[in-house]
Design a protein around this ligand. Structure first.
Ligand code: RNT
Ligand code: ZN
Length: 416
């Protein structure tokens, strides 16, 4: 693509946006500085390095496209390559099962900071900060209930695991001089009817209270709500209502995964309610298709609206952006890059909204003018600004990354 014409296109776009009070340079600068936490599990179908046990816990990857990362070196190589095709600043989101266990089996209640030391070094060398997740799934003790299990032995096993994970996250945060976001999602639920809805939720709240009691200054804990899991369709212990109440009463960060709600629910509308009552939001940007299918994120209305709500609320500094999807049916790195770039597109689009003018109209009761501007804003030269963002940051503009990914497939992943 011709650089001169891309620059020219940007100049014209800048003028066009300026006419409605939007500073495109500023929007690009904010986009560059807003970290996106890349989910390491897109590289290997959420398998990790602990054991060869398959995925359980209500989540599933579908597809068997060749080239899955099979070990820590391959995960690292793939993340590095994906990152080279994505502008802006990136973090890396690890799950506990991605520890550097050196070929030994380390049970979840035995995990230590040392299992993540090579990750911390790698992240530093690659200019990424780390985020972290405890892992309740894919283990013989996962069952249907972990932190809410009435069996004290199982419940305390998972409490110990989660406490250890918080300490690991704290060590990561300390090493990188920036808090590590640690997400707690447990799959706990029931396939069929239960007459103990309250009991399991009491147990989950009690477990979390115990886990979160330890003061760890270099990490932030967040808890993720969910609608249902596969094989756990009738009841979810950590439902949205549960975690809204939990986060509001305990002042804990709420993880909003866009796949975890009823298909017709307006997820973006939750932002302006949650922000009033919880300290911060952690986002798992995903794309549900009929259910929590974890399809690759794309630039669609749901994702656009999500970021618009965050920007309109002036809450970008209170929202941590992470991705959460796992597609094994297409080139995995391609999926990684498409979803991350789509997330940036949606954020950029939100940053380019002529908000001041729209608010002026709204305040004056000018409903027609507001709707007209919202409509016209949709066809402003957004693409020229997005291209400029990529050009400026030295990553492929437009579809140019398709070839790079095909080449990497040919040279690297197809040989696995
Ligand atoms: C599952 C949750 C959770 C996981 C990851 C792997 O429904 O969304 O965030 O996808 O932790
Ligand atoms: Zn999630």
């Amino acid at each position: 693509m011709n650089e001169t014409s891309l620059r020219k296109a940007y100049e014209i776009a800048r003028e066009r946006y300026a006419a409605i009070g939007v500073d495109t340079d500023k929007a690009v600068e904010i986009l560059e500085k807003t970290p996106i936490s890349l989910h390491c599990w897109q590289t290997d179908d959420v398998i990790g390095f602990e054991s060869a046990a398959g995925l359980s816990g209500g989540i599933q990857t579908t597809g068997n496209y060749p080239g899955r990362a099979r070990n820590i070196d391959e995960v690292r190589a793939d993340v590095r390559f994906a990152k080279s095709l994505i502008a802006g600043s990136h973090r890396l989101n690890l799950h506990e099962i991605y520890g550097d266990f050196g070929g030994k089996f380390v049970d979840r209640d035995q995990v230590e900071v040392k299992h993540f030391e090579s990750w911390m070094q790698w992240a530093r060398e690659n200019g990424m900060k780390l985020d972290f997740n405890s892992t309740s799934f894919g283990h013989p003790k996962s069952g249907d209930l972990s932190l809410s299990n009435p069996d004290p032995a199982i419940r305390s096993f998972w409490i110990e695991h989660t406490k250890r994970c918080r300490r690991i996250a704290d060590a990561m945060g300390k090493a990188q001089g920036d808090p590590c976001m640690m997400n707690i999602w447990v799959h706990d639920g029931s396939k069929d009817l239960t007459v103990e809805r309250l009991r399991y939720r009491e147990l989950l709240a009690a477990s979390l209270d115990e886990i979160l009691a330890e003061n760890l200054p270099h990490m932030k804990s967040c808890v993720e709500a969910k609608l249902f899991g596969i094989g756990l369709e009738s009841y979810t212990v950590g439902s949205m209502d549960f975690f809204e109440g939990y986060c509001a009463s305990r002042k804990v960060i709420y993880t909003l995964d866009t796949g975890h709600y009823e298909p017709t629910e307006n997820v973006s509308d939750k932002v302006a309610s949650l922000l009033l009552f919880v300290p911060e939001l952690m986002l798992h940007v995903s794309r549900p298709v009929r259910w929590d299918s974890d399809h690759v994120t794309i630039m669609n209305d749901q994702t656009l609206d999500l970021f618009k709500e965050i920007v309109r609320a002036g809450a970008l500094h209170r929202a941590h952006i992470g991705l959460d999807y796992f597609d094994a049916s297409i080139n995995r790195i391609g999926a990684y890059v498409i979803g991350t770039r789509a997330t940036q597109k949606c954020l950029l689009s939100a940053l380019l909204e002529p908000l001041a003018k729209l608010r002026e109209y709204e305040d004056a009761g000018k409903g027609f003018q507001r709707l007209a501007l919202l409509e016209e804003a949709k066809t402003l030269p957004f693409g020229a600004v997005y291209d400029w963002f990529n050009l400026k940051n030295g990553v492929p503009v437009g579809e140019a990354y398709i070839d790079s990914i095909c080449q990497y497939e040919q040279e690297v992943t197809s040989k696995r």
